[in-house]
Design a protein around this ligand. Structure first.
Ligand code: HEC
Length: 140
């Protein structure tokens, strides 16, 4: 552990030390097993959190009609076939893959600002429904 002797006039020593730890922590890449599809390096605790959420959501029977309703917004970016301006196609992705990806974006194990925003307000029911809908989507 590195100790910095920062002398910020008036700043309590403990505050300075906490700031240093925060900076150090953010500079160290999180190492760990890659248990999340598409994630580069994920903190093991986060990977476990993702795994638990995925297991929980896969136990829910997704409603494809609800998924189609929610998914209308998704296909404005995700075209039914092919890449559209850097946006990957999602039609026909397996349910477990989609659930894994959406949970990873939501919890921050996959980092993408757009998809983080898109998944932030999705609950378990919504993710289950979207995954079933996407799996059944044709590519035509
Ligand atoms: C504003 C554009 C946009 C919208 C709307 C959008 N996405 Fe995405 N999505 C992206 C982009 C860009 C990526 C690639 C992100 C990356 O690099 O990880 C992505 C990635 C994904 C992936 C991972 C694909 C893979 O091959 O791993 C899934 C699944 C997905 N989106 C599902 C959805 C769902 C479901 C919705 C609707 C709730 C949605 N997206 C809405 C832009 C969008």
């Amino acid at each position: 552990v590195l100790t910095f002797r920062l002398r910020a006039p008036g700043a309590p020593v403990t505050l300075v030390r906490i700031a240093c730890v925060a900076v150090l922590a953010s500079a160290i890449p999180l190492a760990g097993p890659v248990g999340v599809a598409g994630a580069s390096s994920v903190d093991p605790a986060l990977a476990l959190e993702v795994e638990h959420a995925v297991t929980r959501i896969l136990a829910i029977e997704g409603d494809p009609d609800y998924g189609a309703y929610l998914g209308g917004e998704c296909v404005t970016c995700h075209q039914k076939s092919g890449h559209a301006g850097g946006v990957p196609p999602i039609s026909g992705l397996p349910v477990d893959y989609t659930v894994g990806a959406l949970v990873a974006y939501k919890l921050g194990a996959r980092t993408n600002d757009v998809m983080k925003l898109m998944t932030a307000r999705l609950g378990d029911e919504e993710i289950a429904a979207l995954a079933v809908y996407i799996a059944g989507m044709g590519t035509e």
